[in-house]
Design a protein around this ligand. Structure first.
Ligand SMILES: C[S@@+](CC[C@H](N)C(=O)[O-])C[C@H]1O[C@@H](n2cnc3c(N)ncnc32)[C@H](O)[C@@H]1O
Length: 191
């Protein structure tokens, strides 16, 4: 499962690698975009649902959430809710893989302008991090308007705490050498 799949770029890649996959996102716009973008790829399934509460009555060998999607939880209680929901959908030997922006990363990009040029699209991101609330607000300035993204910081200690109500445990975690702006996690079920 590609959790918080956005426009389905990774979901599509999994399918091309012959992995049976389902994409889930809460944004109707993103799900519509994912369906339109991948319409030539038969057998791809996208559902609109919330990563805190989805109930698909299915188990997955791997659940992946890329590009800091879990930072969109509103607090650590919600992160724990996501973990509990993921746990219900993960097969016994399954992996939950995700990346997060850490507090270091949020402080590093605080009040900086990031200019992104993808050729077909260009935009500017300006993030402001509040160390008291441990949240960042990012304004994404696009030709079509301004998007606002609210995120919490997620460090290894936060992931560890959020697993407490679950059987999930950190199997592995790592970050860029000398630059811990993002952290990558693999969680498995503990026995
Ligand atoms: C930074 S985008 C990443 C999208 C995709 N994973 C990728 O790598 O391109 C974050 C995604 O999280 C989704 N999201 C935010 N809150 C969510 C929620 N409560 N439940 C499910 N998806 C959510 C957003 O709609 C958005 O598509």
């Amino acid at each position: 499962m590609d959790l918080a799949c956005g426009s389905g770029v990774l979901t599509e890649q999994f399918k091309r690698d012959s992995i049976q996959v389902i994409g889930l996102d809460s944004s109707e716009r993103m799900i519509d975009l994912a369906r339109v973008r991948t319409r030539s790829e038969p057998g791809l399934e996208f559902v609109r649902d919330d990563f805190r509460t989805f109930q698909l009555n299915r188990k997955f060998e791997a659940i992946v959430s890329s590009s800091n999607s879990l930072n969109y939880a509103r607090n650590l209680t919600e992160l724990s809710e996501i973990f509990q929901t993921v746990e219900q959908h993960l097969s016994d030997n399954g992996f939950f893989v995700f990346d997060t922006i850490t507090e270091f990363g949020m402080k590093y990009s605080n009040e900086k302008y990031l200019h992104v040029d993808l050729g077909s699209s260009r935009f500017v991101i300006r993030s402001v991090y509040n160390p008291q609330t441990q949240r960042s607000v990012a304004s994404v300035i696009l030709p079509s308007g301004i998007e606002t993204h609210h995120r919490i910081k997620i460090d290894k200690i936060d992931v560890s705490k959020a697993t407490h109500e679950t059987r999930l445990k950190i199997f592995e975690s790592f970050h860029y050498p000398n630059f811990p702006s993002a952290c990558f996690f693999v969680l498995t079920k503990a026995y």
